[in-house]
Design a protein around this ligand. Structure first.
Ligand code: NAD
Length: 365
């Protein structure tokens, strides 16, 4: 399996190095024959090549079996005409990675902030309230006068339907419960279409229980009783915000794994950003990107019908659970280790026989 690795900005290079170590351990134990090919994106690329993403990288990624993208300093990248492209948007749109799958769960020995839970947020990834990806040409934010801005949100039936089916398929592999999160009481047309599309799609899945919750109320429900949720489907920005919350409720934003999936390609990406406040200090939690990489292996195993990749993904998740249970983790989850040491501990557990006893690792959409 050939994986392109783009470390990114801030804590990106640190958590990517830790993740690569875990992947090498998995490759050795499960004979995955992984080839990791690293390239610069973000500030490093801007400095070296005058652009945050070189155009030729897209072909490199298309020819590979998967992509790992570290967090990038997207807030800094404002002027596309001068090479400041948002790498995350670039790959999500160019590769049609329409489903962003973000699991969040608690771990034995590391109780979450609101009791135990195990859920997945499935977020639409290619349109919505993201000005840099909802127009064919130009940008979805307009400066009408120096003091007036209009920000446009795009919702299309095709994108609603395909994310709805992705979420339904995933829910059927789990506890057969789908929750649709929306704001159709105010955004009556756009979120109305999203809600209707999800309800309609769900009819094709016998036995699937479906409910829906307004996004503002959802913030209360998920904090009050996260254990009542299984798979949650949402439009782009609502899903982005909600999944940061569910990751933090599970113990830390640094535990939030995330896979961007399309019909042909997949990209592992941590749920969080480049965390400049802790960059270069060897304190960032690498688990988010490690779990994302495990999801990528599982996706590859399922799409290529190669069971050892899925097995490797499960072994990585089991090793993460064991490391957290034993407190061999970074400070954000109460551990004493630095980023690289936490990654090395997980890599060592992957290499030792670490049986999988966990149920949620069925994330192929
Ligand atoms: P952030 O997600 O980077 O950080 C939020 C908080 O969580 C910070 O306190 C940070 O220290 C902490 N945190 C994040 N990851 C952690 C980890 N692995 N371990 C421990 N603590 C962790 O959000 P931000 O600071 O608002 O954004 C920083 C930059 O990241 C901005 O430029 C933003 O645009 C960008 N960003 C990029 C992505 C992406 O590349 N996919 C996603 C979100 C934000």
């Amino acid at each position: 399996m050939h994986i392109v690795v783009l470390p990114g900005d801030g804590i990106g290079p640190e958590i990517t190095a830790a993740t690569s170590g875990v992947l090498r351990a998995a490759s050795e134990r499960f004979q995955l024959d992984l080839r990791l090919e690293e390239h610069a994106v973000g500030h490093a690329s801007l400095q070296q090549f005058g652009t945050t993403v070189r155009p030729e990288l897209l072909d490199v990624v298309r020819a590979a079996d998967g992509l790992i993208l570290g967090p990038t300093a997207t807030f800094d990248f404002k002027d596309e005409a001068h090479g400041e492209i948002n790498p995350s948007r670039h790959f999500r749109k160019s590769l049609e990675l329409y489903a962003n799958v973000r699991p969040a769960r608690t771990y034995a020995g590391r109780p979450g902030r609101c009791g135990d839970f195990d859920l997945v947020v499935v977020r639409e990834n290619t349109e919505g309230f993201y000005a840099d990806r909802n127009m064919e040409q130009g940008n979805g934010e307009l400066l009408v006068t120096p003091d007036v801005v209009i920000s446009l949100r795009r919702i299309t039936r095709l994108c609603c339907e395909r994310i709805a089916h992705a979420a339904c398929r995933l829910a059927m592999k789990r506890r057969s419960h789908l929750t649709i999160v929306h704001k159709a009481n105010v955004l009556k047309i756009g979120d109305g279409m999203f809600l209707d599309s999800c309800r309609e799609a769900a009819k094709a899945y016998p036995g699937l229980a479906v409910d829906d919750i307004l996004v503002d109320a959802m913030m209360a429900h998920v904090v009050r009783s996260p254990d009542r949720f299984d798979v949650i489907v949402a439009t782009n920005m609502f899903g982005d915000i909600l999944s940061d919350l569910t990751a933090e409720l599970s113990g830390s934003l640094g535990l939030g794994g995330s896979l961007n999936v399309g019909d042909r390609h997949a990209m592992a990406q941590a749920a969080h950003g480049s965390a400049p406040d802790i960059a270069g200090q060897d304190v960032a939690n690498p688990v988010s990107l490690i779990l994302s990489a495990a999801l990528l292996l599982a996706w590859h195993g399922e799409t290529r019908r190669a069971g050892r990749y899925a097995e490797a993904g499960r072994a990585i998740e089991a090793a993460v659970a064991k490391a957290l249970r034993e407190g061999r983790a970074t400070r954000d989850v109460g551990g004493p280790l630095g980023t690289l040491a936490a990654g090395a501990a997980i890599a060592a557990m992957v290499q030792a026989d670490c049986p999988s006893v966990l149920g949620f690792f069925k994330l192929q959409t």
